[in-house]
Write a protein that binds this ligand. Structure first.
Ligand SMILES: Cc1cc2nc3c(=O)[nH]c(=O)nc-3n(C[C@H](O)[C@H](O)[C@H](O)COP(=O)(O)OP(=O)(O)OC[C@H]3O[C@@H](n4cnc5c(N)ncnc54)[C@H](O)[C@@H]3O)c2cc1C
Length: 445
């Protein structure tokens, strides 16, 4: 065929990009397109990461002789307008799982059919795409362990080669890269990783050649901060999850790392089957949806939680890391989420939204899936499990260095006092200017 359009969404890379490679193989000329969709209000930290990633993608495509065309508006209308302008015969796009992406794909399907344009939906976001694995008698896996077994045994596709050249039809204005929108300092991390394919690939390589070999030992060490920090690169597809998993799987500790990538795929397949995951309890109780705290006190507690001023140091450290870095260590995500939902009894949707507003890796499936998992409304086979912040702190931040890094008021304290400052003598406590714990049970303990 003469012309095809490749729609980039959150697969912002030229390596292992099935939509791009298939389009280049099938059409003489391609239009790589990204549509800035005003219906998706992208919070500031992700907007910055996205802006970097689009600039890097444009540079990567220009290195191949092509370009990235940027348009603003309804993605379906923009695709059809560009297809009409260039007489494109086909549109290539990576399939995605969220309710919004599913709806966009259905509309694209209808409009392409009306305009007699072929629509090719390719894999691209996951190692094993949603729908590829199904348990006997079900449409998706509800429990992780059997999914993990099936995931490891699945035949993964081969990574796609980077096209040797990308030829764009003449006369198309490339359009401007998006900026980062109106800035609100209280919603912006001061330390944020730079987005983009080159940055993601460099980080992956350094990770694979270095700390990966100690992953199993180190991944819950809060102060050690020894996880890959590839989540935002995976979220925006600057790094291919499949290529990364293939590189990691046979290295020491690679299987444990792949297990985390399988969690990511697990929640995609849950989301594809249950697209309301960000709004509705996946597993309501027999009596219906769970009841959460209501009334004015809970709003104060929620504000204190968001601000990292609950008076529980390990919880506050996690929330302050999130505010400062647009990132939070996985163990801290679990502790802070459990504290909000299980200890304070506050609806997980508030936590989901707060994380979604600040995380550079914020992703509907992983964010909502994990929140529901911790809250006991999702895929956790032990839905009653509550994490004690004090036991978690003793185990995963034994010297208090994680708390010391993010809660400077407590930096002068040694462990174990740093994790329970309410036990200090009154005069010492007052000097710290750190709030008392929100919940009475800690004062008693
Ligand atoms: C309440 C809560 C909310 C979360 N929200 C998100 C989110 O919005 N986006 C997101 O990418 N992750 C989310 N996670 C999962 C996990 O915390 C992060 O993926 C991880 O901390 C990112 O750090 P890393 O890249 O160094 O991870 P590593 O430990 O190096 O893991 C490698 C990759 O595996 C994937 N991964 C690891 N753990 C999980 C998991 N539990 N669920 C899904 N994928 C996983 C991520 O893509 C991660 O980059 C959430 C976890 C919790 C408990």
């Amino acid at each position: 065929m003469e012309v095809a359009i490749v729609v980039f969404t959150r697969d912002l890379r030229v390596h292992d990009n099935p939509a791009l490679t298939s389009a280049v193989a099938r059409a003489r000329q391609v239009v790589p397109l990204f549509v800035v969709d005003p219906a998706l209000a992208v919070p500031q930290n992700r907007a910055r990461f996205l802006a970097d990633s689009l600039a890097a993608l444009r540079a990567g495509l220009r290195d191949l002789g092509g370009d990235l065309v940027i348009r603003r508006g309804d993605p379906v209308a923009e695709v059809i307008a560009l297809a009409t302008l260039t007489n494109a015969e086909a549109v290539f796009i990576a399939g995605d799982a969220s309710r919004y992406a599913g709806h966009r794909q259905q509309r694209l399907n209808r409009e392409c059919a009306t305009h007699r344009i072929a629509l090719e939906v390719t894999p691209g976001h996951a190692v094993v795409p949603p729908g590829d694995l199904r348990p006997a008698g079900g449409d998706h896996y509800r429990v992780f362990t059997p999914y993990w077994r099936a995931w490891q045994a699945a035949a993964w596709r081969q990574p796609c080669l980077v096209p040797s050249a990308v030829r764009v039809p003449a006369g198309i204005s490339p359009g401007d890269l998006p900026g980062t929108g109106k800035r609100a300092p209280e919603r912006e991390a001061t330390v944020l990783l730079a987005g983009g394919e080159r940055a993601g690939l460099d980080r992956s390589q350094a990770w694979l050649d270095g700390p990966l070999k100690e992953y199993d030992d180190q991944r819950d060490n809060l102060a050690g901060d020894q996880t890959s920090r590839l989540s935002a690169y995976l979220r925006f597809g600057c790094v291919s999850a499949l290529a990364l998993a293939r590189e990691a799987r046979h290295r020491p500790d690679g299987a444990q790392f792949c297990r985390q990538l399988a969690w990511r795929d697990f929640f995609y397949q849950v989301t594809a089957a249950f697209p309301d995951i960000a709004a509705v309890d996946y597993r309501p109780t027999a009596a219906g949806p769970r009841q959460w705290s209501a009334g004015a006190e809970y709003l104060d507690a929620l504000d204190a939680w968001r601000a990292g001023r609950t008076g529980i140091p390990i919880v506050d450290a996690g929330l302050r890391q999130l505010a400062a870095e647009g990132f939070m260590h996985n163990r801290a995500r679990m502790i802070t989420a459990s504290f909000l939902t299980r200890t304070l009894g506050i609806d997980w949707r508030h936590g989901y939204r707060h994380f979604g507003d600040l995380l550079a890796d914020g992703d509907v499936a992983s964010n909502a899936g994990n929140w529901q998992w911790v809250a006991g409304t999702g895929n956790n086979p032990r839905p009653g499990r509550v994490l004690s912040p004090l036991r978690q702190a003793a185990r995963f931040d034994p010297d208090g260095d994680y708390v010391r890094r993010y809660v400077p008021e407590l930096a002068s304290l040694a462990a174990p006092d740093i994790h329970a400052p309410w036990k200090l003598p009154e005069a010492r406590r007052r000097q710290l200017r750190y709030p008392p714990p929100l919940t009475a049970e800690y004062l008693a303990s």
